[in-house]
Design a protein around this ligand. Structure first.
Ligand code: ADP
Ligand code: MG
Length: 321
């Protein structure tokens, strides 16, 4: 079966900055793919590319292909992309406030999605809205549907945004750090609920998150981005048991236990370089504990690794740090 979403050697530029370099990913129906990497790695740009939203931020695909259910998203018209986004691709953003209309009641905002995309009557749409809200474990769904956005907590608002993303019965959900704005204790819980709903419905989920603990719990596969390139992409269990790329290893070592651990890379100082100052060879080499001279000289190609995995590293796998 052809993948639902496929990125093939996708490079993305904004103005003169080459921000993504040869990203290849596939996501099948019923699968959850985690996309991880420090801030500035290119996760959101990858999501924007997959939704055909790059033109909105002045970005363009310079090489490669993006296919949704076999359709070429780079070549299609903006109207065709917009139709896909509304109906077949649901999007959950980082900040629920930007997704909710402050002057519309909660229920009406969810109703409109299934009325528009599924052609439901207002009564059928409301029944569906309440069912979704209940599945998202929103207590007193009927009362919440009559509430205004400002009356809800951040966690509740984010559940509403998830309900909106699910209401049109999309095939694919793209969630870009869906819980970053929330309390740490609420974050994991909401992602678990989202993942369970996605599994129940056989949807595909591209989950961008900082939380490696959540990735380990809910994802089937993990893609690791570093400085606009794919460092490693493998099934979830082996990647945590034996990360092949030193960068992945560093990420897996910083599964946050509390808020203070978030964002800090275990034992690896420094930050993701920007497009203005990408190092030669492997872009991770200045921070890599395993780096040898080849690492600054040549860029490692992304090659097959382990069972059904890929890695871009001159010295993949365990070994002296
Ligand atoms: N609109 C933009 N214009 C210029 N540079 C951008 C823009 N959006 C993102 N970038 C740059 O692209 C890189 C990747 O950004 P992004 O995809 O947002 O990373 P992430 O989501 O992993 O934090 C960063 O270096 C960022 O500064
Ligand atoms: Mg981002």
């Amino acid at each position: 079966m052809s993948p639902l979403l496929e990125l093939q050697g996708v490079s993305v530029a904004i103005a003169h900055a080459q921000l993504l370099d040869g990203i290849s990913l596939r996501l099948d129906r019923g699968q959850i793919l985690g996309l991880v990497g420090e801030s500035g790695s290119g996760k959101s740009l990858t999501a924007m590319a997959a939704m055909g939203l790059l033109p909105l931020i002045g970005g363009r695909v310079t090489t490669g292909a993006i296919r949704f259910d076999g359709q070429d998203m780079v070549q299609m018209t903006e109207a065709q992309r917009r139709a896909l986004r509304g109906r077949r691709i649901g999007f959950i953003t980082q900040n629920p406030m930007t997704a909710l209309d402050p002057v519309q009641r909660i229920g009406a905002q969810i109703d409109v999605v299934s009325r528009l995309h599924l052609g439901l009557s207002s009564a059928a749409a409301r029944a569906r809205t309440l069912e979704l809200m209940t599945q998202l474990r929103i207590p007193e769904a009927g009362a919440v549907a009559e509430a205004w956005p400002h009356q809800l907590s951040g966690g509740m608002k984010q559940r509403i945004v998830i309900a909106m993303a699910l209401a049109g019965e999309p095939d694919l959900i793209i969630a870009d750090e869906p819980t970053t704005a929330l309390d740490v204790t609420v974050q994991a819980q909401i992602i678990q609920i989202l993942a369970a709903l996605v599994r129940d419905r056989g949807l595909a989920l591209l989950l961008i998150t900082h939380d490696m603990g959540v990735v380990a719990q809910v994802c089937d596969r993990v893609a690791v981005l570093y400085a606009g390139r794919l460092a490693e992409e493998r099934p979830v269990d082996p990647i945590f048991a034996a990360p092949a790329h030193p960068y992945t290893r560093a990420l897996t070592l910083c599964i946050p236990r509390d808020d203070t651990a978030r964002g800090a890379l275990h034992g690896i100082p420094g930050a993701v370089p920007t497009a203005l100052n990408y190092p030669s060879g492997c872009r991770f080499h200045p921070r890599c504990p395993k780096a040898v001279s080849a690492c600054s000289a040549t860029q490692p190609a992304l090659v097959a690794y382990g069972e059904d995995g890929r890695v871009a590293c001159h010295l993949p796998g365990p070994g002296a740090p």
